[in-house]
Write a protein that binds this ligand. Structure first.
Ligand SMILES: *Cc1c(COP(=O)(O)O)cnc(C)c1O
Length: 222
């Protein structure tokens, strides 16, 4: 199957209101161009340096999403072009993004990452940490960020009931935080679902899926 065929097959299986982020980490620019030429414009990367290099080489109408765990000291390298940062998990990181966005006279879109799986390897904050941010006075002062929703990753598991319940939990939280809506917290995006679980995620209310291997094939980690 070609990248274009994979894309088409996935787009046919998701509703029109769900955004497809094509996760191109570890894939060459030639693969990204193949998807681009098939019409895809939204791409996700998990390393800032890799995303910066690809941004420089590829057409400028690509919307770049940072989906990985953030290293605060590298935010500055992507602040001039990043479209959406999915993995924000602290006020400290929000402040750094705000500072770098201000330098470029931009407002950077962010998602707050919530930990929904019990696995030790999954990043994200607890419900309590999320609430603390939403209720903090400091948040109001960050005029160069726009928090547009939440992001989460389900357990890496074959247990579809477990995955479904984790997505359900995140959707409930997403509904619950609507009441905190303010100028820079306007939650409309729920980023959940990857190659192995995106259909479950969509059933549970996802509005944005991050799909890599089902489009580009397996990644080589050597
Ligand atoms: C790699 C990655 C994905 C895509 O994973 P696939 O299983 O290849 O679809 C999605 N989200 C995040 C945060 C990732 O790091």
């Amino acid at each position: 199957m070609s990248i274009a065929n994979n894309l088409q097959r996935i787009l046919n299986s998701i509703p029109k209101n769900v955004t497809l982020v094509a996760v191109s980490k570890k894939k060459p620019v030639t693969a990204i161009l193949e998807a681009y030429n098939a019409g895809q414009r939204v791409f996700g990367e998990n390393k800032i340096q890799e995303m910066v290099e690809k941004h420089e080489q590829l057409p400028k109408d690509i919307e770049w999403h940072m989906i990985g765990h953030l290293q605060r000291n590298k935010v500055k390298y992507m602040a001039h072009f990043v479209h959406l940062i999915h993995g924000v998990d602290s006020l400290k990181t929000l402040k750094e993004i705000n500072k770098q966005a201000l330098k470029h006279q931009r407002k950077i879109n962010c998602l707050l990452q919530v930990k929904i799986a019990n696995e030790a390897t999954k990043f994200g904050m607890s419900n309590a940490e999320l609430m603390a941010i939403l209720e903090s006075e400091d948040l109001r002062k960050l005029k160069n960020i726009q928090i547009v929703g939440l992001m989460g990753m389900a357990s890496f598991s074959d247990d579809t009931q477990l995955i479904q319940s984790e997505f359900k939990t995140l959707k409930q939280l997403f509904d619950a935080v609507q009441k905190y809506t303010t100028t820079n917290f306007t939650p409309s995006v729920l980023s959940m679902g990857m190659s192995g679980d995106y259909l479950i995620a969509i059933k549970e209310g996802s509005t944005m899926v991050r799909i890599g291997s089902a489009i580009f094939g397996k990644r080589n980690y050597n």
